[in-house]
Design a protein around this ligand. Structure first.
Ligand code: SF4
Length: 348
C-alpha cells in the first residue's frame, strides 16, 4: 500500500526534471486538490487506484495479517530462518492505529526502539506496518513518511529487510514490467528510509539492496513465496528524485516565498513525457503548455528535437527558414530527405 510520501517520491524519481512535481510534493494533500488549486476547476477524471483493487488489497492484507500474521509467517519462514511458530511478530497498527501524523510519529518512535533493540538481539522478527521517514529538512515538507507493509529480520543479512504485499494476481510470481518498475521504486524509497534509521543508530552500513514482494496467489488470497527484488537501481533513482525535490523546492520558494506552492505553477517548468498521460493528474494542463512543440509529438520527438516549435520544423523542412546551428542544419536536411522520399512514393 502506498503512502502519500512514497507516491511523491516515486513520481519525482520517475520524472526528476519536472518542477511542478516538486511544488506538488511541497504542498502535500491530494494530487487532485493540487490540480483544482492550479486550474480553478474540479478534477473530474478517473484517477488513482480503482475501488475494486483497493478492496482486494485490503482483503489480502487482512488475510496475511490475521492470527498474528500466520500466513505471512509461513511465507517468510525461510527468510527468518525459523519455523513459523517461532517467529515473533509486532503489529504497529494494533498498537497505534490510524493515519494521522500523531499515530505515525508514535509508530516511528516504536520502530526506532525496536531497531535499536535488534542490534543487541531480542527484537521481534516480523514488524507489521512499521513507520519510517526520509528527512528533507530544513524547509517546507521537511520529511517524507514511508510505511512498508512489513519489515522482516533476514537471517542471511542480520538486519531487517523491507517488504510489500501486492494483491495483483500473479502466476509463477511473474509481474508485468510496468507494475514491477513502480513497486521496485516503492521498495527503493522504503529501503532508503530504513538505511537512514540504521545510519542514525551506529552509521555502519546495513540493509542490503534488496526488498521483498509478496504477491497473492491466483486461487484465493494466500501469499506466494516472497520474491526477492534487487533494488540498487531503484534506490539510486529515489536518491535522484530527492535531490530534484530539494532543487525544485528552492526554486518554488524563490518564486513564491510564503505563498502556497501551487500559486507559482505557471512559472515552473513541466517536463512533459508520454507517461504523464497515464500517471499524473496534471497531464492535460501540462500538455497544453507544450502544445505546438516537439514534446506534443511524444518522447522520441522531444528527445531528438527538444523544445523546437512544430511551425519552425515545418519552416526548416520547406527551406523557408534558415537553420541557426549545425544541429538545425542536419535536422533540416533530414526532414527534407524524408519529405522527398514521401513525395517520391506518392508519385510512384
Ligand atoms: S503531467 Fe506535468 S506535472 Fe505531471 S509529471 Fe508530467 S510534466 Fe510533471
Amino acid at each position: 500500500m502506498s503512502s502519500s510520501g512514497s507516491t511523491a517520491l516515486i513520481r519525482l524519481a520517475s520524472n526528476p526534471e519536472c518542477e511542478i512535481l516538486g511544488a506538488m510534493a511541497m504542498q502535500g494533500g491530494s494530487e487532485s486538490r493540487f490540480y483544482e488549486s492550479v486550474t480553478g476547476t474540479l478534477y473530474d477524471r478517473e484517477f488513482g487506484e480503482r475501488q475494486s483493487s483497493r478492496r482486494r488489497g485490503s482483503q489480502f492484507e487482512n488475510a496475511a495479517f490475521a492470527g498474528d500474521a500466520r500466513l505471512l509467517r509461513e511465507a517468510l519462514a525461510g527468510i527468518v530462518g525459523l519455523s513459523p511458530d517461532k517467529i515473533m511478530v509486532r503489529n504497529f497498527l494494533d498498537d497505534f492505529p490510524g493515519t494521522k501524523d500523531d499515530a505515525r510519529i508514535a509508530r516511528l518512535s516504536r520502530t526506532r526502539t525496536i531497531l535499536k533493540a535488534s542490534l543487541e538481539g531480542g527484537a521481534p522478527h516480523l514488524l507489521i506496518q512499521p513507520q519510517l521517514l526520509i528527512p528533507t529538512k530544513p524547509g517546507q515538507r521537511p520529511y517524507f513518511f514511508l510505511a512498508p507493509d512489513f519489515m522482516v529480520w533476514s537471517a542471511e543479512h542480520q538486519c531487517y529487510v523491507v517488504g510489500d504485499l501486492k494483491s495483483f494476481v500473479v502466476r509463477e510470481n511473474e509481474v508485468e514490467p510496468s507494475d514491477l518498475s513502480r513497486v521496485r521504486l516503492q521498495l527503493g524509497a522504503q529501503s532508503l528510509a530504513l538505511r537512514h534509521e540504521y545510519d542514525r543508530l551506529d552509521g555502519s552500513p546495513r540493509s542490503p539492496e534488496i526488498g521483498l514482494l509478496v504477491f497473492s496467489k491466483p486461487n484465493g488470497l494466500r501469499p506466494h513465496a516472497p520474491r526477492v527484488e534487487r533494488i540498487g537501481g531503484a534506490i539510486e533513482a529515489i536518491r535522484i528524485g530527492i535531490r530534484a525535490y530539494l532543487e525544485h523546492r528552492a526554486r518554488v520558494l524563490e518564486l513564491g516565498g510564503a505563498n502556497a506552492p501551487h500559486s507559482v505553477t505557471d512559472d515552473l517548468n513541466p517536463h512533459f513525457r508520454d507517461s504523464c498521460l497515464s500517471g499524473c493528474v496534471m497531464a492535460q494542463w501540462c500538455r497544453q503548455q507544450v502544445t505546438e512543440t516537439a514534446a506534443d509529438l511524444g518522447d522520441t520527438a522531444k528527445n531528438i528535437l527538444g523544445e523546437t516549435a512544430i511551425s519552425r520544423m515545418l519552416d526548416l523542412m520547406d527551406g523557408t527558414a534558415p537553420p541557426k546551428s549545425s544541429e538545425e542544419r542536419a535536422f533540416a536536411e533530414e526532414l527534407q530527405r524524408i519529405r522527398d522520399n514521401i513525395e517520391a512514393m506518392r508519385a510512384a
